[in-house]
Design a protein. Structure first.
Length: 354
């Protein structure tokens, strides 16, 4: 900026001197020559200054342009990063929204008793298929009167173990969320009534006349509810009444199970079935050994008959050989020759000592 001011000042001075020389007649040629020389030198200096100013301006412009270019590249990179982050954030937001929708769907399922029952049945089937072979259980088993139980386990001799899934959740959730002691007491009574009703419903599937065992499983898909029953947080029907688990087992022959305890029961059932299978195989082996003994006894009788037949044959052979000896003697007497037949006697088969 200072160089530009100097150049402008020099130009103004040069113009002033030129005008001055044109307006007055020079008195001294030598002075005029000196002045012209000074003006020439000044003009050269101005040209140098102008050239230096141009070079400096080009350098400044190049530096400024380079800085702007670098800043522009960094700005573009920042914009690209922001765009990428916004895109990722958008995708994450979509995933969050998807999970939110799924949670809402699950919440709607859990709020709808019918759909919640379907979820419990699916959970039960998933547990069964992870432990038992396909032919060892059946789902949605229909009894003769049309009643349908969620699942049955097929045992030996055509016997069945009925399992029904029960999911009482409304009053339980309200009970867990409630902070008021009186409200909790009222909700506990409602929840106990729900469970008692589910126990009574499960007991309907105990049908020995249709080859079921004399007890059934009530499957609760929630470990939390089962745990609260187990530690008596809920489930006691009063200070003088019995626990709901005792009511289920003693009065209704219903065993309440959760996903974890059902797995343990199923393992016990599998071990029992394996023991029964081994027992049946042992009985089959015993039966086959008995049949083999009968075959051996029959073979012994056959061998005895064969021995008797061989004994008779030997007797006939020995008798025939003796007769041949008698004939040989007669021939010797008549012919006067030496004996030609040597009597050969065979022994009859004898029974060996054991």
């Amino acid at each position: 900026m200072q160089i530009a001011i100097i150049v402008l000042g020099a130009l103004v001075l040069l113009l002033g001197v030129a005008l001055f020389l044109q307006t007055r007649k020079p008195k001294d040629d030598q002075a005029s020559l000196l002045l012209k020389q000074d003006l020439t030198n000044l003009s050269a200096d101005i040209d140098k200054l102008r050239q230096g100013l141009g070079d400096q301006m080009q350098k400044n412009q190049a530096m400024m342009f380079g800085g702007l270019q670098k800043q522009g590249a960094e700005t573009n990179k920042i914009i690209a990063d922001i765009t990428r982050n916004l895109t990722e954030l958008k995708e994450s937001n979509k995933q969050v929204m998807g999970i939110t929708d799924e949670l809402k769907t699950l919440q709607n399922v859990l709020q709808n008793p019918k759909q919640r029952g379907g979820l419990g049945e699916y959970y039960l089937e998933n547990v069964l298929q992870n432990v038992l072979a396909p032919g060892m259980y059946a789902t949605q088993y229909k009894f003769k009167d049309g009643e349908i139980v969620d699942a049955v386990i097929k045992l030996d001799k055509g016997r069945l173990l009925a399992i029904d899934s029960k999911f009482s959740l409304e009053n339980y959730n309200r009970l867990v969320e409630s902070k008021d002691a009186r409200e909790r007491a009222d909700l506990a009574k409602l929840f106990k009534a729900d469970l008692k009703l589910r126990i009574d419903e499960t007991s309907k599937y105990i049908r020995p006349a249709e080859d079921t065992l004399d007890y059934a499983f009530m499957f609760i898909p929630s470990e939390a509810i089962y745990y609260d029953l187990l530690v008596n947080k809920v489930g006691t029907t009063g200070t003088s009444a019995r626990d709901l688990i005792e009511y289920a087992f003693i009065d209704k022959k219903v065993i309440i199970v959760s996903p974890t305890t059902l797995l343990a029961y199923l393992q016990t059932v599998l071990q029992g079935l394996k023991s029964l299978q081994i027992e049946e195989q042992a009985k089959d082996i015993q039966k086959r050994v008995g049949e083999l003994g009968k075959h051996i006894a029959a073979h012994e009788q056959y061998m005895q008959k064969l021995g008797n037949t061989l004994g008779t044959t030997v007797n006939h052979f020995n008798a025939a050989h003796k007769s041949l000896g008698h004939i040989d003697k007669d021939v010797i007497k008549i012919a006067g020759s030496n004996p030609a037949v040597e009597p050969l006697l065979l022994d009859k088969p004898t029974q060996l000592d054991e």
